[in-house]
Design a protein around this ligand. Structure first.
Ligand SMILES: [Zn+2]
Length: 265
């Protein structure tokens, strides 16, 4: 029975893998981008309707939107320079600040972004906010959530689902919410893998730099994150993540590459 199960899993892996030329590896992919974005747009709308959105005329909201839009332009340009000018055409970027004392931010597929006011005390500067948004936006554009969602669908015996079969499936909706961390409850979150975290750090630095933000601020920012007490660290930055020291060392290693993209404005 166990062998049969492995065979079924293997069959999914063989049929449902796509190769991602940006991160240079193949990913399990059992959900289409269109279906996933439809779910994301609905969940994002629901989230904004039930959480305290900071009004648009606030200077922090303006900063979140400014940084987000500059990174979105840089990401689009990066994909264009790498032979994929249309890769993000179905993205419909939106950046909102939520008045909540939680050290957190996330980006859903399709470009639906939330920053919590609690993380602004740690970012402290616009450039460090760009580091956070570069990281979260990378998770979305390289399909990390889709990858984790697909893996969890296999683990829970769901297999591939599309269209209405996906949209109306409560089990799939629960997996979506645990993948995207809409609820910050620790137990409910399905974290990124270490590999996904390092990829998000890598391309996040490049995107922040290409948007005109000094990537070197990442070292101080992650040091401030490391110094937060565990009680203050949000789940999205805890479980299965690289250790703080390992992350900071990797970021130092990546800095020469990121600096090639940095042109101060
Ligand atoms: Zn991450």
């Amino acid at each position: 029975m166990k062998n049969l199960l492995s065979l079924v899993v293997l069959a999914f892996l063989l049929n449902g893998c796509t190769s991602n030329s940006i991160i240079g590896r193949s990913q399990l992919n059992l959900v289409s981008d269109n279906d996933l974005q439809a779910m994301a747009f609905a969940q994002y709308r629901e989230f904004l309707n039930t959480n305290p959105v900071v009004p648009a005329n606030n200077s922090n909201t303006e900063m979140v939107k400014r940084v987000g839009n500059r990174i979105a332009v840089a990401v689009k340009q990066y994909y264009k320079d790498n032979g994929m000018p249309n890769a993000l055409d179905n993205y419909n970027w939106e950046f909102n600040l939520i008045n909540k004392n939680e050290v957190n931010a996330w980006c859903m597929p399709g470009g639906k972004v939330v920053v919590y006011t609690g993380i602004l005390a740690v970012t402290q500067t616009e450039a460090a906010l760009a580091i956070v948004l570069g990281h979260e936006i990378t998770h979305a554009v390289v399909g990390h959530g889709k990858e984790r969602m697909s893996q969890e669908m296999v683990a829970q015996g769901l297999g591939s689902l599309a269209g209405a079969a996906l949209g109306t499936n409560t089990q799939a909706a629960n997996i979506f919410n645990s993948v995207y961390g809409v609820s910050a409850e620790y137990g409910a979150l399905l974290p990124n893998s270490r590999k996904q975290e390092l990829e998000a750090d890598h391309f996040g630095l490049i995107f922040a730099a290409a948007a005109g933000y000094d990537p070197r601020v990442a070292i101080d920012f992650w040091t401030r994150m490391a110094n937060l007490g565990n009680g203050q660290k949000p789940p999205a930055f805890l479980s299965d993540h690289p250790s703080d020291a390992q992350r900071i060392q990797k970021i130092k290693d990546l800095m020469p590459e990121a600096m090639k993209y940095y042109h101060p404005r």
